[in-house]
Design a protein around this ligand. Structure first.
Ligand code: MN
Length: 280
């Protein structure tokens, strides 16, 4: 990689197990630079050495018509294939307030629209959360979560965009964090939707292997970052407690052939190299 990021320590920490996943490709989430202004994101996209990029419609990188045009241009000139992560700050698709839920779904629709304009292969979103009033209305947020997923699937169909839902981390009050949550979700949802498997999130509830074996048919996209097993730190690959060799073996076993998007916010170049070595 040609120094498109600041120099990273090149620790050759462990010999990585190399597996043959012919269609697996490594991409990069721009989460690592979400704190930097939009022009700096553009600058990075102009020099970055990957073919697959996940943008975030959030924070300083929140999309608008003008930005979408600029992004389309850079994606075309650099041959980048894009996916888009939905807004996630203060976004609760299961909000018990109908006014807020409507507003949130409207915001999500705008993001799906931008994804279609950008020609994104996928739009990734988070499940809803419990709130302070959840104990008074048992099961309500679970039902609203399912309703909103239906609504989003309808919107996505209208705009011709594929969408998928991500497993999210402890200790936040999300409705869908565990294998059990996703089993129930898929039992009760009478439509099909893909799963964005976040390896780091699953490390926190020690369910990496369970997710891969149980939902091999559902996983269409993967987020990869490391952590200490206690919090969602988005560390570089090899800087946490995840056993990446056994992750690679498990994915090879189920013949995973989608994208693996690096979501580390540090040691980015080094982590990309490690993933590329693991999954070529
Ligand atoms: Mn993720």
């Amino acid at each position: 990689m040609n120094g498109w990021l600041q120099g990273q320590p090149n620790a050759n920490r462990n010999d990585l197990y190399v597996v043959a996943l012919p269609k697996t490709r490594i991409g990069l989430s721009m989460l690592f630079c979400l704190g930097a202004p939009f022009f700096s994101l553009m600058k990075r996209l102009n020099t970055i050495d990957v073919s697959y990029v996940e943008l975030l419609d959030e924070g300083l990188h929140t999309l608008n018509g003008r930005r979408v045009k600029a992004l389309k241009k850079v994606a075309r000139s650099r041959g980048l294939e894009l996916s888009l992560h939905s807004p996630f700050a203060d976004i609760n698709i299961a909000s018990p307030s109908s006014v807020l839920r409507r507003t949130i779904l409207k915001r999500q629709e705008k993001s799906i629209f931008y994804a279609s304009q950008l020609g994104c292969r996928l739009w990734v979103f988070h499940p809803g959360l419990k709130t302070a009033v959840s104990p008074f209305y048992p099961g309500l947020e679970w039902r609203l979560n399912l309703d909103s997923v239906h609504t989003l699937l309808g919107i996505a169909k209208k705009h011709g965009v594929e969408i998928a839902i991500e497993n999210v981390p402890e200790p936040y009050p999300f409705l869908m964090k565990s294998v059990q949550d996703f089993s129930r979700f898929y039992d009760e949802l009478d439509e099909d939707i893909g799963l964005v498997f976040d390896i780091g999130h699953a490390n926190i509830n020690r369910q990496i292997q369970d997710f891969i074996t149980r939902f091999s048919e559902k996983i269409i996209h993967i987020h990869a970052s490391d952590n200490d097993g206690a919090g969602d730190q988005h560390l570089g690959i090899g800087y946490g407690t995840i056993d990446w060799n056994s992750v690679a073996k498990a994915l090879e076993k189920v013949k995973y052939n989608g994208l693996i998007i690096l979501e580390s916010v540090e040691h980015v170049e080094e982590s990309l190299k490690k993933l590329q070595k693991l999954f070529t």
